[in-house]
Write a protein that binds this ligand. Structure first.
Ligand code: ZN
Length: 161
């Protein structure tokens, strides 16, 4: 069986940035299952895994355009502190859920002064070239329910959606 649309694939992975710093890893955890072809993972990684078999090792260098996109200065803005009254304690680094025309998204506070708060709606990994070391752990057919939901379910059949 090879990785193609409609397969549930489990991967062990380590994600590093261009400086070699580990950003994320499945080490010490169960392999991550995802539904191939459903946009569950970034496009560049999905393309790199296409056609691979269980046991294959994949080293992929993925440019921002095929990962989390380029950083966009238009995604950075200032809001008045008074507009955030009721949000609770905030400081630099606080993540907030913002309502946007495209739906809810996470923004991060990057600066603050007496009157205003600067928030950045870019994905934290926007603009980063990502280096993935992946081992394909398992490939199986997706269940009809998984195909309908557009994501993989874990072995316990649990689904939070
Ligand atoms: Zn589901």
């Amino acid at each position: 069986m090879v990785i193609e649309q409609g397969k549930v694939v489990s991967i062990d992975y380590t994600l590093k940035n261009s400086n070699g710093e580990v950003l994320d890893s499945s080490e010490g955890r169960e392999p991550l299952p995802y539904l191939h072809g459903a946009g569950n993972i970034i496009p560049g990684l999905e393309a790199a895994l296409d056609g691979k078999s269980a046991g294959d090792q994949v080293n992929a260098v993925i440019e921002p355009e095929q990962a989390y996109g380029l950083r966009d200065d238009n995604q950075i803005g200032k809001v008045a502190r008074t507009d955030l009254a009721g949000v609770g304690e905030i400081s630099v680094g606080t993540q907030l859920q913002a309502q946007t025309p495209e739906g809810p998204r996470v923004v991060v506070v990057t600066a603050m002064d007496e009157e205003s708060v600067t928030i950045d709606a870019n994905h934290p990994l926007a603009g980063e070239t990502l280096h993935f070391d992946v081992k394909v752990s398992d490939i199986r057919e997706a269940t009809p329910e998984e195909l309908e939901h557009g994501h993989a379910h874990d072995g316990s059949g649990g689904c939070s959606h």
